[in-house]
Design a protein around this ligand. Structure first.
Ligand code: SF4
Length: 290
């Protein structure tokens, strides 16, 4: 849940989620619809799907126990080097470093060298004796991440009180590396076309190539082109940011009983179905027509 999401946003979701699914087994016996519903509003829904798929595989293939090697654990859905290392360190107390942005920044600053110029795996391997000089490997994995978040912070690191300031090259150097990079946004223009009927229903389909909401029910969405909106009424023009995308959206609608075969009708008032916030925004505006 914490991937790309702040702790304070995650906390209520985490509490609700772990109360509902206190064990991997209970999670594996659930279903994707229920899990997505609980995840509603957190975004990055692939995480929820992967978590569910992981729980099923761990129960069926690994008798309910996490694999103990990086190669094996990385075969699970959505688990790469970072998550795999974090899990092996935290769960099995293995000497591991979860190389996330925070941890990379600590290393880069200590060497006062740009991240792009560092081979982090080589660096960890060649310094493993010094780095893993502890009997508390699980705490070490966590501590390093916390250190990056709280002391060696992206902006304004707390160098004066830092326990590494005697050796840290960033602290000592008059020519410090830049460690903050601006998030690059991509601007995109989309037209959204909503078929509606008098029963307050909207036509949706899962057949869309709208990357970040793949496999979800959506109205017709197309990159904006001139003259593609004939016969449609414009309801609103608005902005919606998702991840690194800044979307400029024209929202169109028309009442029609005929819809393309891959679409089906969905109630705009349905509270049971999982609806991503992107779609909720559309529903809210369309509902004002009724
Ligand atoms: S001295 Fe400053 S830059 Fe160096 S590790 Fe500590 S907080 Fe980070």
């Amino acid at each position: 849940m914490l991937q790309q999401t702040q702790v304070k946003t995650v906390l209520p979701y985490f509490k609700k989620f772990t109360k509902k699914f206190p064990t991997l087994e209970s999670l594996s016996k659930s279903n994707e619809k229920q899990i997505l519903k609980m995840w509603e509003g957190l975004g990055y829904y692939r995480r929820a799907r992967n978590l569910y798929a992981c729980s099923k595989q761990i129960i069926t293939l690994y008798k309910g126990k996490l694999p103990k090697t990086l190669d094996e654990i990385k075969k699970l859905p959505g688990i790469g080097d970072y998550t795999g290392s974090a899990l092996l360190g935290l769960v099995y107390d293995q000497p591991r470093i979860a190389l996330d942005g925070n941890v990379k920044r600590i290393f880069a600053r200590n060497l006062n060298k740009k991240e792009a110029k560092i081979d982090f795996n080589k660096l960890v391997n060649s310094n493993s004796k010094m780095l893993f000089n502890t009997k508390r490997d699980a705490d070490f994995v966590e501590a390093l991440m916390e250190f990056g978040a709280l002391i060696c912070r992206p902006k304004d690191p707390k160098c004066v009180v830092c326990c590494l300031n005697k050796t840290c090259k960033y602290f000592k150097s008059s020519k410090k590396i830049r460690t903050t990079s601006k998030k690059m946004f991509k601007n995109k223009n989309y037209d959204i076309f909503c078929f509606l009927n008098k029963k307050k229903q909207i036509a949706l389909t899962k057949k869309n190539d709208f990357g970040f909401l793949k496999n979800f029910n959506l109205p017709m969405i197309k990159e904006s082109k001139e003259n593609s909106n004939r016969n449609w009424k414009l309801l609103n023009n608005y902005n919606n940011s998702i991840s690194n995308l800044k979307l400029n959206i024209n929202l169109y609608y028309k009442f029609s009983n005929k819809i393309p075969s891959e679409y089906s009708w969905h109630s705009l008032d349905d509270k049971k179905e999982f609806i991503p916030s992107f779609t909720k925004k559309i529903f809210k505006q369309i509902s004002n027509l009724f």
